[in-house]
Ligand binder design. Structure first.
Ligand SMILES: *[C@@H]1O[C@H](CO)[C@@H](O)[C@H](O)[C@H]1NC(C)=O
Ligand SMILES: *[C@@H]1O[C@H](CO)[C@@H](O)[C@H](O)[C@H]1NC(C)=O
Ligand SMILES: *[C@@H]1O[C@H](CO)[C@@H](O)[C@H](O)[C@H]1NC(C)=O
Ligand SMILES: *[C@@H]1O[C@H](CO)[C@@H](O)[C@H](O)[C@H]1NC(C)=O
Ligand SMILES: *[C@@H]1O[C@H](CO)[C@@H](O)[C@H](O)[C@H]1NC(C)=O
Length: 361
C-alpha cells in the first residue's frame, strides 16, 4: 500500500519538478538578487554598481534595488523592462541622474529615490515616464530643482520632495505636471525663479512654508491656477509687489498666514480672480488690546478682528501706521462692502498682525 502510494506521488510530482527545473534554467536571476517570482525581484544590499539589465527577466514588475552602490543613474539604464511597474532605488549613493535615465519604462507607475546624496533634480530626469503616477524624492540632499525636471510625466499625481534642503526652484521646474494632486515642499526655499510653477495645472493642494524670499513678484506664482488649497505660511516674504497675485486665479482656498512681511506694495485680488476664500493673516504678534494697538500706532489688527468678514471690520481701528494711509484704507473699506480686497501701495513696515477673512459668495 505504502510503496504504491509513494510511487504514485513520485510519478505525479516528477513531471512537475522536471518542468520547474527546466523553467529555472531557462529563466535567469542575477546572482545578487532574490527572484521571488519572475515579476518580483529584490536586489537589496547586493553591492551592485550597475543595473544587471541583461540578467533581469524582462517580465519583472516590481524591482527593488535598495542599498546598492549606484552613484550615477545613466540615460536609458533600465531600458527594455517594459513590464516594470514599481522601482525602488532608495539608500544608494546616487549623486547624478542623467537626462532620460528612466526612458523605456512605459508601465512604470511608482518610483522611489530616498536616502541618497542626490543634490539636484536635473532637467529631463524623468522624461519619458508617461504613465508614472508617483515619484517619491524625500530624504535626499536636493538643493535645486532644475527647469523641466519633470517634463513628460503627464500622469504624475503624487510628487514628494519633503526632507530636502531645497533652496532654489528654477523657472519651469514643474512644467508639464498637469495632473499632480498634491505637491509637498520642504522648508527653506530662498529662490523661486520666475515661472517656477508655470505649467503646473490643477494641482489640488500646494503648501509652501518656512520660505525666505526677498520679494514676491507677478512671475513668482504665475501659472498657479485651479488650486484647491494654496497656502503660503510661516515664511519671510520680504516685499509683496502690487502685481504679486495678478495671475493667481480660480483658487478655492487661498491662505497667506503667519508670515513675516516687510512691505505690501499692493494686493490685487479682485472678483475676476475668482478666489473662493482668502485668509490673510499675519503672525506672530497677536497679543494686546485694541487701545494698545491704536495708541502705539502699529500697522496691526487686534486679535478680536480675526475671522471677521471684511465688511464687518472697523478699518479705522485696525491700521495705524507711521504713514498716512487713509486713502488706501478708504479704498479697502469701500471695496470691502463689495467683498473685494484691493490694497494699493500700502506700505506696512512695522506690522506683524493683519487678520482678514474674506469670503466671496
Ligand atoms: C559615493 O559616491 C561618491 C562620488 O559620487 C564617492 O566619492 C564616495 O566614495 C561614494 N561613497 C560610497 C560609500 O560608496
Ligand atoms: C501606459 O500604460 C498603458 C497600459 O497600462 C499602455 O497601453 C500605454 O502604452 C502606456 N503608455 C506609454 C507611453 O507607454
Ligand atoms: C489685477 O489683476 C487682473 C487680473 O489678473 C488684471 O487684469 C489687472 O490688470 C490687475 N491690476 C493691476 C493694477 O495690476
Ligand atoms: C504674547 O503674550 C505672551 C504671554 O503674555 C508672551 O509670552 C509672548 O511673548 C507675547 N508675544 C508677543 C509676540 O509679544
Ligand atoms: C491723512 O490724510 C487725510 C486725508 O487724505 C487727512 O485728513 C489727514 O489729516 C492726514 N493725516 C495726517 C496725519 O497727515
Amino acid at each position: 500500500m505504502h510503496t504504491g502510494f509513494i510511487t504514485a506521488c513520485v510519478l505525479i510530482l516528477f513531471p512537475t519538478l522536471a518542468t520547474l527545473n527546466l523553467m529555472e534554467t531557462k529563466l535567469s536571476c542575477p546572482p545578487e538578487c532574490i527572484c521571488l517570482s519572475q515579476t518580483q525581484i529584490l536586489c537589496n544590499s547586493g553591492g551592485l554598481k550597475d543595473v544587471p539589465l541583461k540578467l533581469l527577466p524582462i517580465t519583472v514588475e516590481h524591482l527593488s534595488l535598495t542599498k546598492n552602490q549606484f552613484s550615477v543613474i545613466r540615460s536609458d539604464c533600465f531600458s527594455g523592462l517594459k513590464y516594470l511597474k514599481k522601482l525602488s532605488l532608495d539608500g544608494n549613493n546616487i549623486s547624478v541622474i542623467k537626462p532620460f535615465a528612466f526612458r523605456g519604462l512605459p508601465r512604470l507607475r511608482e518610483l522611489s529615490i530616498q536616502q541618497t546624496p542626490l543634490m539636484t533634480v536635473p532637467r529631463f530626469a524623468f522624461a519619458g515616464l508617461q504613465n508614472i503616477t508617483s515619484i517619491i524624492l524625500s530624504h535626499n540632499r536636493i538643493k535645486q530643482v532644475e527647469s523641466y525636471a519633470f517634463a513628460g510625466t503627464t500622469n504624475l499625481k503624487v510628487l514628494v520632495l519633503t526632507n530636502n534642503p531645497i533652496v532654489k526652484l528654477e523657472s519651469h521646474a514643474f512644467s508639464g505636471l498637469i495632473s499632480v494632486d498634491k505637491l509637498s515642499f520642504p522648508s527653506g526655499i530662498r529662490v523661486i525663479e520666475p515661472d517656477a510653477f508655470n505649467g503646473l495645472d490643477t494641482v489640488n493642494h500646494l503648501k509652501l512654508s518656512f520660505m525666505d524670499l526677498p520679494r514676491i513678484e507677478e512671475s513668482t506664482f504665475r501659472g498657479l491656477t485651479n488650486v484647491e488649497v494654496f497656502s503660503i505660511q510661516e515664511s519671510d516674504l520680504g516685499t509683496i509687489e502690487s502685481e504679486a497675485f495678478n495671475c493667481v486665479t480660480n483658487i478655492k482656498m487661498f491662505f497667506v498666514i503667519n508670515n513675516k512681511i516687510d512691505s505690501i506694495e499692493g494686493m490685487n485680488i479682485t472678483q475676476e480672480h475668482n478666489v473662493g476664500v482668502l485668509k490673510f493673516q499675519e503672525g506672530p504678534l497677536a497679543n494686546g488690546s485694541v487701545s494698545k494697538f491704536m495708541s502705539e500706532n502699529y500697522c496691526i489688527s487686534p486679535l478680536e478682528m480675526n475671522g471677521k468678514p471684511m465688511n464687518q471690520l472697523d478699518f479705522d481701528s485696525i491700521i495705524r501706521c507711521p504713514y498716512n494711509v487713509s486713502e488706501e484704507i478708504g479704498e479697502i473699506a469701500s471695496n470691502a462692502s463689495k467683498g473685494v480686497l484691493t490694497v494699493n501701495t500700502l506700505i506696512l513696515n512695522m506690522f506683524y498682525v493683519i487678520l482678514f477673512m474674506i469670503k466671496y459668495t
